[in-house]
Write a protein that binds this ligand. Structure first.
Ligand code: PMP
Length: 368
């Protein structure tokens, strides 16, 4: 079998080592006479994997003791509701920065929660150019932040349009909550400045099915209690994410993925690689501005999702078809933007990006 160069936006490429380990262990794990899929989540075989997944994620992301690491279900989208349910208190407000569709969905969910609980979800800034076209994240000067807000929410990487915060805004004493679904695991995080980070795992840190929530313990403990227990971060923290049956196989795969990323050199190596891979692609785009038309403004460019258009839709169709024939897949842009999107998450390694660069140069030479 030939593995393709996979530029899917998520679920996305996983480390081959993580998949091969799962293949070896699928029918029987640790000489136990059964699969990891068949073990009780309350027994030691799974328990060890659960602990290791948390420990490796902590190690990889240098998560300090001030923060809990929680595994949940429901995807990042469920967190759009969980965050205000837990952290937005009666009569108070939270600030939302809207830089793309996911950020807008987060605000919409927060508004529904706020209306129910006598609170407010405020728009602190939007970079919508009209008609839901987003090309950048805002400057600090564009943010109207409320110093007494319960938190500020932003989307660290905007998967559909390919923009990313290069530096998070200084929110002072107001906790910063970030949807890091498409960049958690790709760069170092200053946990002194990030109060809550959440992510569907399916892009940079594992498979679909498990949602990672890394949250400051004081916020977890201070979360609202007038909500059902199953919605409380505090309940997940108290039971070490074993409140109910966790997504055992997804967590097992996250463990395998963390093990692989650490074996590749850990976050410093991966972060540098992510920076270099993005630079390789943007270099090609910038060298032929008449042919390749980057969607994002330069200062907001994403290291994770490189989004561009070509001079015509016919050329875009040809690009995707020829790329596929060359073993480069998952490059179709999101329908809201069109064109091409190359998602270059942690497990998309340099040779894949080199192959894409060579293909792009050849395609431009032929059609440009
Ligand atoms: N936020 C961002 C930034 C995303 O890219 C996505 C998924 N593409 C989501 C949220 C939604 O994630 P999920 O499907 O895990 O709910």
């Amino acid at each position: 079998m030939t593995r393709l160069h996979n530029f899917n936006a998520g679920p996305a490429a996983l480390p081959l080592e993580a998949l091969e380990r799962a293949q070896r262990e699928l029918v029987e794990i640790d000489g136990t006479g059964m699969s990891i899929l068949e073990h009780s989540h309350r027994q030691p075989t799974y328990g060890k994997i659960h602990e290791e997944a948390i420990a490796l994620l902590r190690e990889y992301l240098s998560v300090p003791d001030t923060h809990d690491v929680l595994f949940m279900q429901g995807g990042a989208r469920m967190q759009f509701a969980f965050v205000p349910l837990n952290l937005l208190h009666e009569g108070r407000s939270a600030d939302y920065v809207v830089t793309g569709s996911w950020a807008k969905y987060a605000l919409d969910e927060a508004k529904l929660v706020a209306a129910r609980y006598g609170a407010e979800a405020r728009l602190a800034a939007s970079t919508d150019e009209g008609d839901k076209v987003f090309r950048r994240v805002p400057d600090a000067s564009e943010l109207s932040l409320d110093p007494s807000a319960d938190y500020v929410h932003l989307t660290s990487n905007n998967t559909l349009v390919g923009t990313q915060w290069q530096r998070y805004p200084d929110t002072g004493r107001v906790p910063l909550v970030a949807d890091m679904t498409s960049d958690l695991g790709s760069k170092a995080i200053d946990w002194g400045r990030v109060a809550v980070a959440y992510a569907g795992a399916q892009k940079n840190v594992g498979p679909a099915g498990v949602t990672v929530v890394i949250a400051r313990k004081d916020l977890v403990q201070g979360g609202r209690e007038d909500i059902p227990k199953i919605f409380r971060y505090k309940a997940y923290a108290a039971d070490n994410s074993l409140l109910n049956t966790p997504p055992v196989f997804a967590i097992y795969m996250l463990r395998n993925t963390m093990r692989a990323l650490l074996d590749w050199g850990g976050l410093p190596v991966i972060a540098k690689e992510c920076e270099e891979k993005a630079a390789m692609l943007y270099e090609v785009l910038d060298q032929q501005p008449d042919f390749f038309r980057p969607h994002a403004e330069t200062a907001s460019r994403s290291r994770m999702n490189v989004v561009f258009r070509l001079p015509s839709e016919e050329l875009e169709k040809a690009f995707l078809a020829e790329a596929k024939a060359a073993g480069l897949v998952g490059l179709k842009g999101h329908r809201s933007v069109g064109g091409v999107r190359a998602s270059i998450y942690t497990a998309v390694r340099k040779p894949a990006v080199e192959a894409l660069v060579a293909f792009m140069r050849a395609f431009a030479a032929k059609h440009g």
